[in-house]
Design a protein around this ligand. Structure first.
Ligand code: FO1
Length: 309
């Protein structure tokens, strides 16, 4: 069975640890969000690609969920202390190696897809990892105090302090779906939406021209990122209202109307199940808090078996 997973950062990376136990990783393609990508000190940083790579490759910082384990900050300290560089986004020394090699290859004309493949090979990932597009696209947040900023400036720099009046994906109209992503979606027997931010991770991938229509004729199952009517991680509770969505398992499912066939929700949200079923979507109810590899594997199995028994 060919499986495609649409993925953001931490939630997706943790979920993929279970998914690779349930499906054949050699026939799994993970399409990752690149709307969070940012250029810092001239280096191309791809947080979601790296979070997935480090997590599945065994090099992730375990508590933080992003960046490298056993990290050092010699370069960051020197940049700030000596040169007064901005300190709102920290690149650790080990992490910098990834950004250096990525930026060098991009400058040599290698596509982001091929760069990602080379980095994934170096980490011996058991599946194919591709960015959603090789083109530059950036999530821009419009705050309710009339400012516009890169997603990372709002999320990390300001800790999402301002309300969100709107957001858009700069460059998406001219972006082309990455070739590996297009081919994988065409041959997918199952598409899995990881429990990622529905607005700035999955929602971003869905905006790339050609993704939504490819999903319409495929079985698509998603895992809700909501537990007990609240966002498990991150600040999606500020982003969902900005796209007119309710902060609930049913509200996120509604964002995927038109192509969603199955939706796995947490037991704490079982009250939403009937409302979701009424829209023609199959519902699985289980423990979605990925507290151990066993729970995560069971969650992935529930998702896959909801559509492929
Ligand atoms: N998140 C932070 O809260 N502070 C940071 O300094 C920071 C640095 C960073 C560096 C590389 C990287 O891949 C991720 C990093 N993140 C940091 C996490 C990241 O920006 C966001 O959590 C994701 O983009 C959201 O998916």
């Amino acid at each position: 069975m060919n499986v495609v997973a649409l993925a953001g950062g931490i939630g997706a990376a943790r979920f993929l640890r279970g998914l690779v136990q349930v499906v054949d990783p050699a026939r799994l393609t993970v399409i990752a969000n690149t709307g969070d990508d940012i250029t810092l000190h001239g280096l191309h940083v791809s947080p979601d690609l790296d979070t997935i790579t480090y997590t599945l490759g065994g090099g992730i910082h375990p508590e933080q969920g992003w960046g490298r384990a056993d990290e050092h900050f010699t370069v960051a300290t020197e940049l700030r202390g000596r040169y007064g560089a901005p300190d709102w986004f920290t690149l650790g020394d080990r992490d910098l190696a990834t950004h250096l090699i990525r930026t060098e290859m991009l400058r040599d004309g290698v596509s982001l897809s091929d760069v990602t493949g080379r980095i994934a090979d170096a980490w011996e990932l058991p599946f194919t990892l591709v960015p959603m597009t090789d083109d530059p696209v950036r999530t821009i947040i419009e705050t309710d105090d009339d400012r516009r900023m890169h997603f990372q400036e709002w999320w990390v720099g300001e800790q999402a302090a301002s309300g969100v009046a709107g957001l858009f994906l700069d460059g998406v109209a001219d972006a082309t779906l990455a070739p590996g992503a297009a081919t994988a979606l065409e041959h997918a027997d199952l598409v899995v939406l990881c429990p990622s931010n529905p607005v700035v991770s999955i929602g971003t991938i869905l905006q790339v021209p050609g993704v939504r229509h490819r999903l319409r004729d495929r079985p698509v199952v998603g895992v809700s990122p909501i537990v007990g009517g609240r966002v498990v991680r991150g600040m999606a509770d500020k982003l969902l209202p900005a796209v007119g969505a309710e902060v609930s398992a049913a509200g996120v499912a509604a964002l995927y109307r038109g192509f969603l066939d199955g939706w796995v929700i947490d037991t704490a949200d079982s009250g939403d199940a009937q409302r979701i079923r009424d829209t023609g979507v199959s519902v699985g109810v289980t423990d979605t808090i990925m507290s151990s590899i066993d729970v995560t594997t069971a969650l992935a199995r529930t998702a896959v078996e909801l559509l492929v028994p």
